[in-house]
Unconditional design. Structure first.
Length: 495
């Protein structure tokens, strides 16, 4: 009886399940979008129970679609949108509030107060992170401050806090656990010693009683309850989405780099066994722990990547389907001088400017729908280029090739423009679902479905290579325009 690995890929806008065979190829998959909740400007929430229900539904559908039973699934790997926070009752398993999403900016005031009180260096050197509403810690503080009785219940051990991986594992197994990649995104986890940090918890007034146990990314997270899939299935691998993508792209060596083009864009470079503290406002994060100690990465985050195309479709309604953006962008030679800076929730690395908002510059009477769509598409590549240049400066060496993955990497216009604006080749793997594949690999290593990382490397193959096609003069002109647009956007602040 053939065996497979089931990856649960819980993302920002949809829940996905993918079943992989031993060669890393997809046997079956299923996906379901869920509701995005915007209660106030800059606030973003999800219904945590809807996330769980959608995730288990697509897992069952993927298994059914392939004609597989639970006994043919060797292990489950979980990967998830990071930083998003759920707070729930330990006994009932019911959330106290909607999940607060990583994009949510409601804790800007808390972050500003932490900075004014001189805490930036403490958080930076212990967590590798900037004080920003992006991360989980201030979201959890907001929940404890704003839900009546929550802090006392937490101190009494009645509540559980977790990122989405913890929430899914709790519902699957009843265990309250997480892995170091997700813990490292909370502002509460010391990446130097691999433990929750008492000083940081004290600063944020968060009781340690509600924190999950941290176990290696490739480890024993328990077994799913029999009634969910018909038989118990071992959960053997967990990683936040971007670290999972780094693993799925087989970026196992120091200096290996990838960029994931999804709702946001996330560039990670493997820095090995030692954390590198950025001098260019990037993040230092845990890459994974295979059970033999922490490994690290430098990361840059674009908050709005592919989401800018969703905005064109859903809010402006100038696109019927997101996939139409590729042909429309190709239909004009350039943007007509238009630049879109999609700072809908502020700017991430290397700017870390939470007060900047989205801006369009260069509009003329001749600006068309196609120009705007092309400019929005180009903004994804411009933002990623800013990250990669900052990573080069921190890492101290030139990057000569970029591995790309994620849903938007299927857009050939975007990938070619990315190669053009970087001046280096961009390569896509045969399996672009690197995030789910990374979770599958972690789980498969735990249960010996794959022997080691060398065997995994043999699965990685190039599907397509994009090489730069524009001259340096044109590249410099485009970059000058982009930098001017960012400057213009940052000059307008929401106060």
């Amino acid at each position: 009886m053939d065996q497979y690995i089931l990856a649960l890929d819980q993302g920002t806008t949809s829940s996905k399940a993918i079943i992989f065979d031993h060669s890393g190829k997809i046997k079956s998959s299923n996906q379901k979008e869920f509701k995005q909740i915007f209660p106030h400007p800059g606030w973003v929430e999800h219904n945590a129970e809807e996330i769980w229900e959608s995730q288990v539904a697509v897992a069952k559908a993927a298994m059914s679609g392939a004609g597989l039973t639970a006994r043919q699934i060797s292990a489950i790997g979980i990967t998830n949108q990071r930083e998003t926070v759920v707070l729930w009752h330990k006994k009932s398993g019911k959330p106290l509030y909607n999940a607060i999403v990583w994009q949510c900016r409601r804790t800007t005031g808390i972050c500003q107060e932490l900075k004014e009180n001189g805490h930036e260096d403490i958080f930076l050197h212990k967590t590798g992170l900037r004080i920003d509403p992006y991360f989980s810690g201030t979201k959890l503080k907001w929940l404890l401050d704003n839900i009546a009785g929550a802090r006392q219940m937490a101190q009494n051990g009645e509540l559980c806090f977790g990122t989405i991986d913890s929430w899914l594992i709790f519902n699957l197994t009843g265990r309250h656990v997480t892995d170091p990649t997700n813990a490292s995104r909370t502002l509460l986890f010391n990446i130097n010693n691999g433990e929750w940090d008492e000083q940081l918890l004290d600063i944020l007034n968060i009781p340690c009683e509600l924190l999950p146990q941290v176990i290696p990314s490739c480890g024993d997270f328990g077994c799913s309850r029999r009634e969910i899939f018909g038989s118990e299935i071992q959960i053997g691998g967990v990683a936040g989405d971007q670290q999972a993508a780094l693993f799925g792209q087989a970026c196992f060596e120091k200096g290996d780099i990838k960029n994931t083009y999804g709702t946001g864009c996330f560039t990670l470079i493997n820095t090995g066994r030692e954390p590198v503290i950025s001098k260019n406002r990037l993040l230092t994060t845990v890459a994974w722990d295979l059970g033999n100690g922490l490994e690290y990465a430098l990361e840059g985050s674009v908050f709005i990547g592919g989401a800018v195309i969703q905005w064109l479709r859903d809010q402006l309604m100038i696109l019927e389907r997101a996939s139409d953006s590729e042909n429309i962008a190709h239909s004009v030679e350039n943007t007509g001088g238009v630049y879109v800076v999609p700072a809908f929730v502020g700017l991430g690395a290397p700017y870390w400017d939470p007060l900047t908002r989205g801006t369009i510059v260069g509009i003329t009477r001749g600006t068309s729908r196609a120009h705007l769509i092309r400019a929005a598409s180009e903004s994804i590549a411009f933002q990623s280029r800013d990250l990669i240049k900052a990573i080069e400066a921190d890492f101290g060496q030139h990057i000569d090739i970029l591995k790309a993955d994620g849903g938007a990497s299927c857009n050939s216009f975007l990938m070619q423009f990315q190669a053009d604006i970087l001046g280096i080749p961009v390569v896509l793997p045969e399996i672009t679902e690197s995030t789910a594949l990374g979770a599958a690999y972690l789980a498969g290593l735990f249960c010996a479905f794959w022997r080691d990382q060398e065997e995994i490397k043999e699965n990685w193959k190039i599907k397509r290579r994009y090489t730069p096609e524009i001259k340096t003069e044109k590249r410099d002109k485009l970059l000058h325009g982009w930098q001017s647009a960012v400057t213009a956007a940052r000059s307008f602040k929401i106060t």
